[in-house]
Structure formats: structure tokens, C-alpha cells
Design a protein around this ligand. Structure first.
Ligand SMILES: [Cu+2]
Length: 114
């Protein structure tokens, strides 16, 4: 009797370890274009990309490529695009509003994609 309880407890813990390992596997790495110009843009873009569930965000000034690692269980890719657009930077999937774009410092006023 006591053994079957012990086995159940052991299986429970083992099961939760497996569930935990699966969580880690939900990390996805992807890259997409974010429009911007300078170092200030880089800081702004990376900060905006860092929503809940994002593990790393790195924007390359010369290629305009943002590389993000995010947990697909916590955040959708679309949410990351929208957060960046809300900070004033157009992405492949989300466009900044004209009023937010207008508030960017002069050096950050990138050429907007059509
Ligand atoms: Cu800038």
C-alpha cells in the first residue's frame, strides 16, 4: 500500500519534470524586417520587442533585421510586431500609426515602406 503511494508521488514529480521540459521546447527563433535608422531606433525597437514571453531581441541597424527568441506558449509573433509598431517602427506585418511616427526624433524618421 505505502509503495503504491510512493510510486504515485514519484510518477507525479516525474510527470511535472517532463511537462517542464516541454515548456522549454516552445521557444521559437525567428527574424523579420523592422524599419529604422540609428542606435536610438535600435534601443527603442529592442525595448518594444521585449514583451512578456520574449527571451531575446536583437536588431541589426544595417540589415534592419530583428532576431527574436520567444515562447510560443506565452506570446504570439503578431503581438511582438504590434508592440514594435506601437513604438513607431513599421514591420513586415504591422504599421506604426502616423501620429506615433511623427513623434519620433528627426534622426529616427526612417523612409517608410509603401
Ligand atoms: Cu533612430
Amino acid at each position: 500500500m505505502i509503495y503504491s503511494i510512493l510510486i504515485s508521488v514519484a510518477m507525479f514529480f516525474f510527470g511535472s519534470i517532463i511537462a517542464h521540459t516541454n515548456d522549454v521546447d516552445q521557444t521559437q527563433k525567428t527574424e523579420f524586417i523592422v524599419y529604422g535608422n540609428c542606435d536610438m531606433c535600435e534601443a527603442r525597437i529592442e525595448k518594444a520587442a521585449n514583451v512578456d514571453g520574449v527571451k531575446s531581441a536583437d536588431w541589426d541597424k544595417s540589415t534592419k533585421m530583428l532576431t527574436v527568441e520567444y515562447d510560443t506558449e506565452i506570446v504570439e509573433l503578431k503581438t511582438i510586431h504590434e508592440s514594435i509598431a506601437a513604438a513607431g517602427h513599421d514591420t513586415e506585418l504591422a504599421k506604426a500609426s502616423d501620429s506615433v511616427y511623427a513623434k519620433l526624433p528627426m534622426c529616427c524618421k526612417y523612409d517608410r515602406p509603401e
